[in-house]
Design a protein around this ligand. Structure first.
Ligand SMILES: [Zn+2]
Length: 66
């Protein structure tokens, strides 16, 4: 997902590791940017799927150009 503050593109897994302070109930509903520490709501699964799909498409189109 993308940090709304600094624009860093990071995985939600990285953010969970960064958020150790509030892991009482398996983590809060926010994810924390590993670079700037900005907290924002998690992306919905559908949006994550769409971003991955889009990234793969972009990847395929750039590699075919050679
Ligand atoms: Zn950030």
């Amino acid at each position: 997902m993308k940090c709304a503050f600094c624009g860093l593109d990071y995985e939600q897994e990285q953010a969970t590791v960064a958020c150790q302070g509030c892991g009482l109930f398996g983590g809060c509903h926010l994810v924390k940017c590993p670079r700037c520490g900005y907290e924002q709501p998690k992306e919905p699964p559908l949006l994550q799927w769409w971003r991955q799909w889009r990234a793969r498409r972009l990847d395929a189109s750039t590699s075919s150009k050679g």
